[in-house]
Write a protein that binds this ligand. Structure first.
Ligand code: HEC
Length: 153
């Protein structure tokens, strides 16, 4: 299983155009959501969520939690291509985001954070924004007006 996961992560890293050191993958106490992250996301986002400036993959720590402060921002987290177009079910994506947000950006989670449900993911996923970069920019601008700065990358 470990070898399989490493192979998947390596392929994901290659697909993302990155040379990557062996990712740290644990199997003993790894939750299904964390495994999904390692298999479906870490090739681009890195195991620690730090992303890649060269490949224009935004860092999650210190940033991603702010998106929860707006309804459009919550939906955006589901609508980015890597999430919306992943092979994961709506329920698996909900669980993945509910793991990812406190894991990578607990500091910026609003106190009122309510977990994603499969139904919320399905509704957001059904709507494909035409220009995801422009959508992020408009969300970032309104968050910045309230003093919440998401990463520039
Ligand atoms: C092929 C590379 C790739 C994969 C795989 C990928 N992402 Fe991404 N992700 C990106 C890039 C690049 C962006 C920047 C927006 C864009 O271009 O879509 C991004 C944006 C994001 C964002 C928004 C962050 C921000 O600050 O704008 C989140 C959240 C995210 N990804 C989560 C995930 C999750 C969860 C998975 C796995 C299910 C995943 N991504 C898989 C490359 C990837």
């Amino acid at each position: 299983m470990r070898k399989l996961l490493q192979a998947i992560a390596a392929v994901a890293a290659i697909a993302c155009g990155m040379a990557q050191a062996e990712p740290s993958i644990q199997t003993a106490s790894t939750s299904p959501a964390e495994l999904d992250y390692l298999q479906q996301c870490s090739g681009c986002h890195q195991a620690d969520g730090s992303g890649s400036a060269t490949n224009r993959v935004p860092p999650l720590p210190g940033s991603v939690g702010h998106f929860l402060r707006s309804a459009a921002g919550r939906a955006f987290l589901v609508q980015v291509g890597g999430v919306a177009q992943s092979p994961l079910s709506d329920a698996a994506i909900a669980a993945l985001l509910n793991w990812l947000l406190p894991t990578f950006d607990a500091a910026n989670l609003p106190a009122s954070f309510t977990p994603f449900s499969a139904a919320e993911v399905a509704a957001a996923r059904a709507h494909r924004p035409g220009d995801i970069a422009a959508l992020r920019e408009s969300i970032a601008t309104s968050l910045a007006a309230d003093g919440h700065r998401v990463a520039r990358y």
